[in-house]
Design a protein around this ligand. Structure first.
Ligand SMILES: [Zn+2]
Length: 153
């Protein structure tokens, strides 16, 4: 009995040692709904990788100074300094605030694109492309419905 217990302990110690780091390798981005008043359309975009119709977001025309926050968890994602008019019909940014997003390769629609998710709550926000006009070379193409703009003044 004593020996069996010892082996059991040994196995559980080793399995926790080996399997936890292994399983974390395969962990996907965890998503959680924090804002209970999200609309169905917001949920579809943020949690089912949907896309809003272009030129539908009033944030396309937002030019005030301030910060863009996650509509689900309120994390600060972009500064207005990084916003530019890409002409695509979606709010576009040349860079995100440090650590704001996690990225993942998206192969849907026969294309290889990099999609990004809020690092805090896992909500999908958009795709990032390497054709931005500024020195970063990046174009974060963000669904307006995923953002809340908070002006500085
Ligand atoms: Zn978030």
């Amino acid at each position: 009995m004593k020996k069996r217990k010892f082996i059991k302990l040994l196995v559980s110690t080793f399995s926790s040692f080996f399997f936890i780091p292994l399983s974390s390798l395969y962990a996907t981005i965890e998503k959680k709904i924090i804002n209970k008043s999200l609309t169905e359309e917001q949920k579809k975009i943020m949690f089912k990788e949907g896309t809003e119709r272009p030129f539908t977001s009033s944030l396309n025309y937002e030019t005030r100074e301030g910060f863009y926050h996650c509509a689900n968890c309120n994390a600060k994602l972009f500064s207005s300094n990084a916003k530019f008019d890409s002409g695509t019909g979606w709010p576009s940014f040349s860079e995100a605030l440090p650590g704001a997003f996690k990225t993942k390769v998206d192969y849907s629609f026969g294309m290889k694109r990099i999609e990004y998710h809020c690092a805090n709550c896992g909500a999908h926000h958009g795709h990032v492309f390497d054709d931005g006009p500024s020195e970063t070379g990046k174009r974060f193409c963000n669904n307006g419905l995923c953002l809340i703009f908070i002006p500085s003044n």
